[in-house]
Design a binder for this molecule. Structure first.
Ligand SMILES: *[C@@H]1O[C@H](CO)[C@@H](O)[C@H](O)[C@H]1NC(C)=O
Ligand SMILES: *[C@@H]1O[C@H](CO)[C@@H](O)[C@H](O)[C@H]1NC(C)=O
Ligand SMILES: [Ca+2]
Length: 506
């Protein structure tokens, strides 16, 4: 990176120098002869400069089977293409990649060499984007070429197929197809059934709209919230999975009836939910909504009383936060200090610490969304991480903007405290099984690493603190209405209090 910057830097200084020269001497006739030559040099330098700028950080997709919109991601650095490791790779990074390549966004982030093994050395590992970056190289990562990944860990993307129309005028906001309530569009009523499953509590979702034939539902944007409504309506309990697949039979033979179905998750009938007025379903055959329902289900409840009781400030030197930095638990400003200052480890960060206590009040164990063989070993904290985003901590200002960065640390799920007659069963140590048993709590005490929000850049004032577990609804639960604590945060120069918490959705 440094080398590249130098080259860009030199080219840039030369342009400045020559332009200045041109200005000083432009009145002197004897220079006219040399000027043509000089202009050419300037022009060439400018062109080289543009070329350098264009190439460094450029992306391409490799190994996709059904088009240019998918593949493993490769990035150009220092004139050479390299692969990207899939550690910490998720929708945020995939979106930045797809947008940089001119697509509207990502349908999916792929991992474990979905599009084949990495063909080249890894240029980037542990990439972390907050979603606002215009190119992948602007996201945080371990440094060019620093990686501990095997060749089967190539990161990839599947981008939304319609290319953004590139115009010179400022981009027009993408027009979302308008939505309407299903029951308002199909006044003759609707019916629902599952088909193609191995058991009756799973399958692709089929819907009958009025007198029309049975059809399937487009899998785009299909989530556990919509699946929960289907399971409830059919009397099958709770949704443990929302699937976008043709696994439950060949979707091609059945027409897609509706797309863009969107529920709050608490509706009793899918007809209460919204859908696209004009159906639009890219990749129809492999993109059919399915569900898996279960009668017994976990239900995480976040303990907001414990949060209020334990919240406090701590100022800590970066020297003590190196493990935390490795796990992306501090704000980006800290990484900037590390890059720019020799004595970065003497700088202090201000942390808002608190205890997160999460009870499973459901009827089934809460298990991580990622199977054990895919867990990530985190050297710093000496345990495996089983879930990419188990909890989010956000500080929000009065206009609704996130002002302190949430973090992306994963968690190690275990039974820390159980009700009297319940035996704890999940333990992180020794590659133990991870999970939270019914009537047990997983507790992240305020004094452990990463159990904080980095508020060093925050101005004193009144804010909202929002702490949420299972925020992306990756694992099914009985209810998501008790997964978040939404609290008031008063922050002065010297202290912070968290109060007036209410329970809510992530
Ligand atoms: C132009 O440059 C010549 C030689 O470098 C110098 O002798 C002369 O004084 C300059 N004339 C003006 C108008 O700057
Ligand atoms: C969990 O606790 C609730 C209420 O205290 C109780 O009704 C339920 O039977 C318990 N479940 C298990 C599996 O211990
Ligand atoms: Ca819950």
């Amino acid at each position: 990176m440094r080398l590249q910057l130098q080259r860009v830097g030199i080219a840039f200084s030369l342009i400045v120098l020559l332009s200045a020269f041109e200005f000083c001497t432009s009145n002197n006739a004897t220079w006219i002869g040399g000027r043509g030559k000089k202009t050419r040099v300037v022009r060439r330098l400018r062109k080289d400069f543009r070329k350098l700028k264009k190439q460094e950080g450029a992306l391409k997709l490799i190994g996709g089977e059904s088009g240019e919109h998918e593949g493993n991601v490769e990035i150009l650095h220092d004139g050479k293409w390299g692969s990207i490791c899939d550690d910490e790779w998720d929708d945020f990074e995939a979106n930045v990649v797809c947008k940089q390549l001119g697509f509207n966004g990502a349908i999916k982030a792929t991992t474990y060499g979905h599009f084949g093994q990495a063909r080249r050395r890894y240029w980037m590992d542990n990439v972390y984007c907050d979603g606002s970056e215009v190119e992948l190289a602007k996201c945080r990562f371990d440094g060019w070429g620093i990686s501990d990944c095997g060749s089967n860990e190539a990161a990839g993307v599947i981008c939304s197929r319609d290319k953004e129309t590139r115009t010179s005028s400022p981009p027009v906001p993408q027009e979302k197809s308008p939505k309407a309530r299903i029951k308002d569009t199909y006044l003759q009523g609707t019916a629902l059934r599952l088909s193609g499953g191995r058991v009756h509590s799973e399958g692709r979702v089929e819907i009958k709209l009025g007198n029309a034939d049975w059809g399937v539902i487009c899998g785009d944007s299909w989530s556990i919230l919509e699946a929960a409504v289907v399971c409830r309506q059919l009397g099958l309990g709770y949704a443990s999975d929302a699937i976008q697949t043709n696994f439950f039979g060949n979707g091609e033979t059945i027409p897609v009836s509706i797309s863009g179905v969107q529920c709050n998750g608490n509706e009793g009938n899918l007809a209460e939910c919204l859908h696209d007025k004009v159906a639009d379903c890219p990749g129809t055959a492999e993109n059919v909504a399915g569900v898996v329902c279960h009668r017994e289900m976990a239900d995480l409840v976040f303990d907001h009383i414990e949060l209020m009781r334990t919240a406090h400030l701590e100022d800590r030197q970066l020297y003590w936060l190196q493990c935390a930095m490795e796990e992306n638990c501090v704000a980006s400003q800290a990484y900037k200090m590390q890059r720019e200052s020799e004595n970065w480890h003497l700088e202090t960060r201000r942390l808002l610490r608190f205890t997160a206590r999460i009870l499973n009040a459901g009827t089934a164990d809460f298990r991580p969304s990622v199977p054990k063989h895919l867990w990530e070993w985190h050297m710093c904290h000496m345990h495996y991480h089983s879930m990419e985003v188990f909890a989010t901590f956000d500080v929000i200002d009065s206009s609704g903007n996130k002002v302190a960065e949430g973090h992306k640390a994963s968690f190690c799920l275990e039974d820390n405290q159980c009700m009297p007659e319940v035996q704890p069963r999940y333990k992180c140590a020794n590659y133990g099984d991870q999970g939270i048993s019914v009537n047990c709590s997983d507790i992240y005490k305020h004094n452990i690493d990463c159990q904080w929000v980095d508020i060093s850049e925050l101005e004193p004032g009144h804010y909202t603190l929002k702490v949420a577990v299972n925020p992306e609804f990756k694992v099914g639960e009985m209810s998501f209405d008790n997964n978040a604590a939404i609290c008031r945060l008063l922050y002065t120069e010297t202290f912070a209090t968290v109060h007036s918490c209410i329970m809510g959705r992530p």
